[in-house]
Design a binder for this molecule. Structure first.
Ligand code: GTP
Ligand code: MG
Length: 268
């Protein structure tokens, strides 16, 4: 009977959003778009959508209740319906926060694993961690909705691995390919579903789109990783990426047909 009540308002899925993260040396001048994807999904309306999210922080913000000395953000939960299927999603983002005094990643207590290993964690624990809302929230948490991560822990059901198809100064395709491939391999080992979400298709460059396609075609992935082409800024294919992953988790026979970017933009 316990199962039944869990399904009220749709099945509950916990989704972890991952992809190239770190200092400017790793990711270039800009992040790949993980935070914007989460923001657009959980707080869709234009008023709640921010393009600038936290990455370089002070020590006090790192140890505040939102970041809570971790390298992941709890984005909260949202209930959505698509094609008559209803799901509830808990959303987390795995990133790497950088200290604004020395520009090195913060050292999380007792955790020394590299990002590619750490980001595929399926048991996330962080007592009293607060939902992240926006950059301005840090330090004045009481002025924003204060929602806690459920029971201080989450169990991840599937992954959205983000791949930026725009040209970013200071980042090479080789670097993004190497890190993304390593993350995907680690997820496949866990036998958890994963979707490769290409980000920033509103500014895509041809090579980026090709690199992403070539990446999932590698033999080691056995054609098991679908690509969804998104733009968080233009709100294209964002819900579709989460729903496709939810159906993979659910082992549902019905799979939504996700249009490519050009088509999705046209029918939006
Ligand atoms: P870190 O967590 O710091 O590693 O970065 P991230 O992967 O969370 O990236 P974030 O979402 O913070 O976005 C980084 C930059 O890319 C910001 O300047 C965003 O405005 C920009 N960006 C994100 N999504 C899009 C998009 O859909 N289109 C365009 N053109 N830019 C985007
Ligand atoms: Mg981020």
């Amino acid at each position: 009977m316990a199962k039944k009540s869990e399904n009220i308002g749709g099945k509950l899925m916990t989704i972890s959003v991952v992809g190239l993260s770190g200092t400017e040396k790793e990711k270039g001048q800009l992040g790949i778009g993980k935070s914007c994807l989460c923001n657009r999904f959980v707080r869709t309306s234009a008023d709640d959508y921010n393009v600038d999210h936290i990455s370089v922080l002070s020590q006090s913000d790192f140890s505040g209740r939102v970041v809570n000395n971790d390298h992941f953000l709890y984005w909260g939960n949202v209930q959505k319906e698509y094609d008559e299927q209803e799901y509830r999603f808990e959303v987390v983002e795995q990133t790497e926060f950088v200290d604004d005094s020395c520009f090195q990643p913060f050292k999380a207590v007792g955790k020394t694993e590299s990002y590619v290993k750490r980001c595929v964690a399926t048991k996330l624990q962080s007592a009293e961690k607060l939902m992240y809302v926006c950059k301005n929230q840090l330090g004045i948490e009481k002025e924003y909705e204060q929602r806690l991560i459920p029971d201080g822990k989450l169990s991840v059901d599937g992954f959205l691995c983000v791949y930026d198809v725009s040209l970013v100064p200071g980042r090479t395709w080789e670097k993004q390919n190497e890190i993304t491939a390593a993350i995907l391999q680690n997820i496949i080992k866990l036998k958890k579903p994963v979707v490769l979400v290409t980000s920033k298709n509103d500014e895509s460059c041809e090579q980026g789109v090709r690199e992403a396609e070539r990446l999932v075609q590698r033999k080691e992935f056995k054609g098991s990783i679908p690509i969804v082409e998104t733009s968080s800024h233009d709100n294209v294919n964002v819900d579709q990426a989460f729903f496709l992953l939810a159906q993979m988790i659910d082992k549902s026979k019905a799979r939504i047909k996700v249009a490519n970017y050009a088509e999705a933009l046209r029918i939006r």
